[in-house]
Design a protein around this ligand. Sequence first.
Ligand code: AMP
Length: 584
Amino acid sequence: MSNTSSPIIGIDLGTTNSLVAIWQDEQATLIPNALGRPLTPSVVSIEDDGTILIGQAAKERLISHPQQTASVFKRFMGSQKTYRLNLAAGQGQHKFSPEELSSLLLSTLKADAEAYLNCAVTDAVITVPAYFNDYQRQATKSAAQLAGLNVRRLLNEPTAAAMAYGLHESGNDRKFLVLDLGGGTFDVTLLELFSGIMEVRASAGDNTLGGEDFTQILIDGFITHQQTIDAKLNADFWQPHLPLLYAVAENGKRELSSNNSTTLRLTLDDTAYEWQVTASAYEALAEPLLQRFRQPIERAVRDAKLRIKELDDVVLVGGATRMPLFRQLMTRLLGRFPSVGLNPDETIAIGAAIQAGLVAEDAALDDVILTDVSPYSLGVDTSIELGNNQYQHGVFAPIIERNTVIPTSKVHTFYPMQDRQSEVLFNIYQGEARLIQDNIKIGEMSIKLPAKYWGKAKQLPIDVRFSYDVNGLLEVDIDVEDSAETYNLVIQNGARHIDDAEMQRSRKKLSQLKIHPRDQAKNRNLLARAERLYTQRLGFEREQLARLIGWYESVLDAQDEIKIRQASSELQKSLDQFEKDEWF
Ligand code: AMP
């Protein structure tokens, strides 16, 4: 067991779903949420009266109450984006930053862990994508802080996945490729284990390629098929039924992961529309998508100066890697069978729990040191003297090169360009391009030169030190010779930096929110599911659902525990039947 009094939890804070796990009794255990499930959808919704719903019930409301529901906020961590969730008509709206929404999600995961472990939880290891930049990492830490969690370590997701497969114990100088195909993105990471150190050697990806694209081709295929039967059944006809068609296509896609064919079936006003799809027809339709996987893999392998045959293992993560056509393609491309023993939805959380165990210095785990690398080069803009008093401006001078093992601290000395300068502005960039215009500006610092150098500023050495820590946070210190002043990084532009005052404001705002009670999550989820089905269905089915919802609400209002339990079980059965399309 852990030698710290308070347990450290491992959290996979995902775009679509989040999970929490713990290292306990020498193994990683996933912690169930209030519905008894390991996956909590990363969705937050607000009810008319301002009550906040988080997880599955909120996900159901994505369809029935889209104006009151927020999802995929992880993509906007560290950005200026504001989510506006509407209250009842005329009551205004609540505004949330991506960090605040993430903190609500993290609070739920923390509460689930506390209920499961029966003790207070204050510390966590949280996973982030390998390509997250400083802002996104800082934003993740701020979200955790708002949720009352102290981040003991931010861990790169692919590193967590490799650890879940035990690859950190697999011997010296091994190279692994981690392929993560989620709902919307494909991420490729090349890891190397060397002398007990796990390094990210390269990362690449396509953030417009994911499992949802495969659902979309089934939606398109269904519409095309219907049109060949009756030209009136075109895209316009299907437009109002897209949410329902999406659910049918999603189910069909999952069926095709375990069967050789499936039938997509949609019943509208007593008419059944069907399309039978075989695995080979599906593969033919998916061909343009399948073509796109090759390039990011090749880029990552090339960046790491390796060849595919030098890889020791390939790990698959993300729900969409269950698709046989993806697995077959990877086997062909990489000349080996990928490791697939673990549930791809759970792999990262398991890795996070293993890392949490290591942080707690659990004796049962080998003390492997994990390091990551800086995912980008970090540097400042400079000018190059071309002779004859001519300069090329806007040239990027990297201080920490991409793929440098972190933590690291590097210093470069610069000299002012003009003798009569009294100030120097350092613009800080991340990226790989030669010119700063093609990189991302992440901050700037203005330095005053000491009076004794006025008129001869070109002789003044200025030391710029970049320190990059294991959490991927960058600190810049500038030291000017003969100056008593020291300068620390001050972020002025670009992405958002959350300062203390803002943290205070957020904390106050979040503490005033009414969060839906955890012990009623099951009931609220059933109601949200019924409302979602109501939105998706029409005609007689709607009437049935409206009656069920009204009845269930009245039972909830009466607050009789036994009756609520009976009614919940009945409603659940009815909804299951609805979703199986067995009513007609
Ligand atoms: P993630 O972001 O890792 O939760 O991945 C979600 C994606 O995985 C979604 O596009 C799902 O449709 C997809 N997915 C989950 N299970 C399956 C399955 N059995 N077959 C095909 N795709 C799946």
